[in-house]
Write a protein that binds this ligand. Structure first.
Ligand code: CO8
Length: 259
């Protein structure tokens, strides 16, 4: 099959670099999410792999988030499978035992922001043209509770409430200011900085770091695990509404017209 998830493993450092490659905008389709989960699982069980750097193979765009066409005019079965795959991506990445660093080398709306927020540390290209955030309300849709939980985990509830209500996208400097990303570096230094930060995180003994990570993240993960099916049903009934389908269509048309 056509690989959309490129993985390069450095045996000497125990660090894997995973690049999302789905031009033009790295939108997250069902097929890609499935490949992502399989690739991540392989690294997770590889005892030689201790760290993961997640980035994009497309310059200027980390990920445009969930592929909107996956949520438009499809069957109930498709929506179910799609949402289960989105959940799986989150469960695996947020719950990873590896050190995970997002090298955010471009724009990162919605699902792209979620992916990077799942990591332990975020490095973003210092370019105000690149923005990151959960913009769901701008599309007339609602970020589910576990998207909200993930953002609260990083920037706290006050900033999360405001950001989610407004569907706010933060240009890189503003994202740093609110702590949505941890560090800004020149565009050509994103990968090397990620490697340097990784080395620092890997200097901590794995078991102690992993137990600590799990202590903090497990309650957040358990909330979704406990109501996974209800969350799927919720998504399917929400996205199947005629008014929501209309909103998504209007948004997609606006994206295309922008040119
Ligand atoms: N899905 C599908 N197609 C997309 C998406 C997307 N998310 N984003 C862009 N595209 C398409 C565009 O329509 C365009 O198509 P075409 O070439 O046929 O006209 C093509 O990709 C290129 O897009 P642009 O010309 O806009 O490329 P730019 O480089 O100018 O900009 C951006 C790139 C910044 C990524 C811009 O495309 C953008 O802002 N995209 C929209 C991103 C967005 O709003 N994503 C939200 C997705 S929703 C989500 O992730 C979470 C949903 C949670 C579910 C809630 C429960 C109900």
């Amino acid at each position: 099959s056509n690989n959309k998830i490129l993985v390069e493993m450095d045996e000497s450092t125990g660090v894997a670099v995973m690049k999302i490659k789905n031009p033009p905008v790295n939108s997250l389709r069902l097929e890609l999410l499935t490949e992502f989960a399989i690739s991540l699982e392989k690294l997770e069980i590889d005892r030689g792999c201790r760290g993961l750097i997640l980035t994009s193979a497309s310059p200027k765009i980390f990920s445009a988030g969930l592929d909107i066409t996956e949520m438009c005019g499809k069957s109930t079965e498709h929506y179910e499978a799609f949402w289960r795959a989105v959940q799986e991506m989150w469960l695996k990445l947020f719950g990873s035992n590896m050190v995970t660093i997002a090298a955010v080398n471009g724009s990162s709306p919605a699902g792209g922001c979620l992916m990077s927020m799942c990591c332990d540390y975020r490095i973003m290209a210092d370019n105000p043209k690149y923005a990151i955030g959960l913009n769901e309300t701008q599309l007339g849709i609602v970020a589910p509770f576990w998207f909200k939980d993930t953002m609260m985990h990083i920037v706290g509830s006050r900033v999360t409430e405001q950001s989610l209500q407004l569907g706010q996208m933060y240009p890189a400097p503003a994202a740093l200011k609110i702590g949505l990303v941890d560090q800004l570096v020149p565009e050509d230094k994103v990968q090397s900085t990620a490697a340097a930060v990784m080395a620092q995180w890997l200097s901590v003994p794995d078991h102690a770091r992993q137990i600590t990570k799990s202590m903090i993240r497990k309650p957040i993960i358990d909330r979704l695990v406990k109501q996974r099916e209800a969350d799927i049903n919720n998504f399917v009934s929400f996205i199947s509404k005629e008014s929501i389908q209309k909103s998504l269509q209007v948004y997609m048309d606006r994206l295309k017209q922008k040119k």
